[in-house]
Design a binder for this molecule. Structure first.
Ligand code: NAP
Length: 287
């Protein structure tokens, strides 16, 4: 067995899927789980995601050779500080948070001279639903996982983290935490923010009920992610503030330009803008 005991902190969609994937790959002997609500850990146990539910993050980490944090990114510092005593020289501690700069800063602060244990990771897999009841053993199969090591990251922890993601079917990419956050502000955080903002722009309009009653596939496709968990996205927007705000400003410029060309009945310019977007989107392909 590659892992004797996995300590899972945060028994939700991502954490539950990671535990199920390792179990399916037959590379973990035992999974001990802790979640903020005892009911989530109990549900994880009932679903066979974890083998034992415990009452604290420290208990989940104690005796675990691998610890996975699968909690909202703002909880990273407090959770890591609470498990410090359980981290030995060979322990691998990994996260799955959607931002990396603030997570790495939290880990440096909380772990101090045990920072070598920590491998920051972000699997590009997920859904707009949350909770362990939606966990899937195949969630990471074929997905990209971004690992953002820092100079203090331990070599054996780094190797082990990579081996685990490969075993559960992920393709690994490396980049700095800063580069990661700039990329994902543009390609993930802003589309989510836009979906939330668009729905809110409809929210107080008198005809909202009719907008929704007659909305079709365009509405469905562009707003799917507005059904995502608000706590998770609050943390992501706030923890990647500078990069997200940079993208918001670029988007505002585009909206202003569109507004101006429409106001001026400038058909050629409008068509040029739409054609540029259409070409880029049509060339993009992901299953
Ligand atoms: P989720 O389904 O809501 O699971 C998060 C779990 O963590 C919940 O069970 C939650 O609360 C628990 N939790 C919250 N604070 C905690 C704390 N202080 N200590 C222990 N447990 C705590 O969310 P998720 O989608 O799995 O997201 C987890 C992480 O994955 C986030 O950092 C997110 O950025 C990242 N991520 C998500 C996606 C996605 O599409 N969903 C994709 C990539 C990365 P309860 O125990 O009360 O239920």
């Amino acid at each position: 067995m590659l892992i004797k005991q996995l300590g899972l902190i945060g028994c939700g969609l991502l954490g539950g899927s990671f535990a199920l994937a390792l179990k399916q790959a037959n590379c973990v002997s035992r999974v001990v789980g802790y979640s903020r609500s005892a009911s989530s850990a109990e549900k994880a146990k009932a679903l066979g995601v974890i083998d034992e539910a415990v009452d604290s993050a420290l208990l989940a980490a104690t005796g675990s050779d691998v610890v996975l944090l699968a909690v909202p990114v703002a909880a990273t510092a407090s959770v890591l500080a609470s498990i410090l005593d359980a981290i030995g020289p060979d322990t691998l501690v990994m996260d799955v948070g959607s931002t990396k700069g603030s997570v790495v800063a939290s880990a440096q602060m909380a772990l101090g001279n045990k920072i070598a244990a920590f491998v920051p990771a972000h699997p590009i897999a997920g859904r707009e639903v949350s909770g362990v009841e939606h966990a899937q053993a195949t969630l990471f199969d074929g997905c990209n996982v971004i690992i953002t090591p820092i100079k203090e990251t331990g070599a054996k922890q780094f190797e082990k983290a990579q081996a685990l993601w490969l075993l559960i079917g992920a393709a690994i990419h490396h980049m700095s935490p800063e580069h990661h956050d700039a990329i994902f502000a543009a390609s993930s955080h802003t589309p989510h923010l836009l979906a939330f903002a668009y729905i809110n722009s409809l929210a107080n309009q008198r005809l909202l009920d009719q907008f929704l009653a007659f909305a079709g596939s365009g509405f469905r496709d562009t707003t799917r992610v507005a059904a995502s968990d608000p706590t998770m996205w609050r943390d992501i927007f706030l923890s990647n503030k500078d990069d997200v705000r940079k993208q918001i400003h670029l988007l505002q410029q585009q909206l202003n330009t569109m507004d101006e060309v429409i106001a001026n009945d400038d058909g050629p310019k409008l068509e040029q803008l739409l054609t540029q977007a259409q070409r880029i989107r049509a060339a993009w392909n992901i299953s």
